[in-house]
Write a protein that binds this ligand. Structure first.
Ligand SMILES: *Cc1c(COP(=O)(O)O)cnc(C)c1O
Length: 375
């Protein structure tokens, strides 16, 4: 394989791809991914066959891994979600895997339980519930995207004999709405339901709420049993990733020892990415809590700036209080394509991530103005 170079045509194809990615990244304001990251210091690590197969907390036969740093990453998330010492987790492929892990744990503990989730829940969840063959009930959402507590209460009331598995959205995909788990626990208490499981889908919100004063609590202290948080969203990464974190005593009930890899088979996939824990570790160590706090603050300010500018044009725009997702009227398909927006029914959104500056917002709004035929 040495000294071979790519055929000319293929080299050109590669160059074209690079140009495309650069161009498209310049109009990236509709998905919750932070583009400002730089992991070039980690380049020497690309030359190893790193594989984090198995449980990061248990030694493995396959030792070309980054388990030590993976555990540091989990420790950071355990701290910001107040997990105490009784936690277990691993670095996943992203939010979906974390949700699947949480719901899998819930089903193993409560095989007859019924999963409750709102209309605004991420599309991955209905798929996961089908794969896991879990009984489930969809609950109405309020206009802002938050779960309708009255509908939840009425529904739970009828099913008091079955353990509820609550799938709470900590930042919905479309409007960044937060299902308040303290309120949900209040409903369970009122109905005298003492046995339940709460999984928090905190794909984006898990890196926002811990850094916003007065945000609703969604963490282990507030009563979560498991949480899924993305790594490639607010932190940013060239490879999708995230974390699943859960109470250790629940995980211990499903752990199985596998001789072939000499470790515990506690993760959903076998072979696991060893570079993504490294990226997350690097970002966490380099930036730290104080940086994340000011980055979140900055994004909220830019989101408010965008809302003000929409309003100056006479265009409605709003956001939920702990979210950097700015919701506005659905523009033309042309604009949706140009800015890679994620539309839903009659609205669309901007998601302000750390790479989005006022200049980015202005560039978008100029296009939006033209699109709507405004002066
Ligand atoms: C992004 C997202 C997911 C899914 O995450 P993936 O990394 O795409 O698997 C799940 N839930 C919410 C609320 C999300 O924003």
């Amino acid at each position: 394989m040495k000294n071979k170079t790519l055929p000319k045509d293929d080299k050109e194809k590669l160059d074209q791809l690079l140009t495309k990615l650069e161009k498209e990244s310049n109009h990236f304001i509709g998905y919750p991914c932070n583009l400002s990251f730089d992991y070039s210091e980690l380049q020497p690590f690309y030359n190893f066959a790193i594989n984090n197969v198995g449980d990061p907390f248990v030694s493995s036969n396959y030792r070309v891994n980054t388990h030590e740093l993976e555990k540091d990453v989990l420790k950071f998330f355990a701290e910001i979600t107040h997990a105490q010492d009784d936690y277990w987790g691993y670095v996943t492929n992203g939010g979906t895997e974390g949700n699947m892990y949480g719901l899998y744990l819930a089903r193993e503990i409560h095989p007859e339980g019924i999963a409750y989730f709102s209309q605004d829940t991420h599309y991955s969840v209905t798929k996961i519930l089908r794969i896991l063959r879990m009984k489930n009930i969809m609950i109405r959402s309020q206009n802002n995207g938050e779960i309708d507590y009255e509908d939840l209460e009425e529904t739970l009331k009828i099913k008091r004999d079955t353990v509820p598995i609550i799938m709470a959205n900590i930042g919905t995909t479309m409007t960044g709405a937060v299902d308040n788990i303290i309120k949900i626990k209040g409903i369970l208490e009122k109905l005298a339901i003492s046995d339940y499981y709460i999984h928090c889908d905190a794909a984006l919100g898990g890196m926002l709420l811990p850094f916003i004063d007065g945000a609703p609590e969604f963490d282990f202290k507030a009563g979560a049993d498991s949480i899924s948080i993305s790594g490639h969203k607010f932190i940013g990464s060239p490879i999708p990733c995230g974390i699943a974190i859960a109470k250790r005593k629940n995980v211990d009930r499903i752990a199985r020892s596998i001789e072939y890899v000499g470790t515990l088979d506690t993760t959903l996939t076998g072979s696991r990415n060893g570079l993504t824990p490294l990226f997350m570790w690097y970002a966490i160590k380099k930036w730290g809590v104080e940086h994340f706090r000011s980055a979140v603050q900055h994004c909220l300010e830019i989101a408010d700036y965008a809302i003000d500018e929409f309003k100056k044009m006479g265009q409605p725009a709003w956001r939920n209080s702990c979210s950097t997702t700015v919701v506005f009227d659905r523009p033309s398909e042309n604009l949706i394509t140009r800015w890679q927006l994620a539309p839903y029914k009659d609205f669309a959104h901007l998601i302000i991530m750390p790479h989005v500056t006022k200049e980015w917002v202005n560039r978008f709004l100029e296009d939006y103005k033209k699109d709507r035929g405004l002066k």
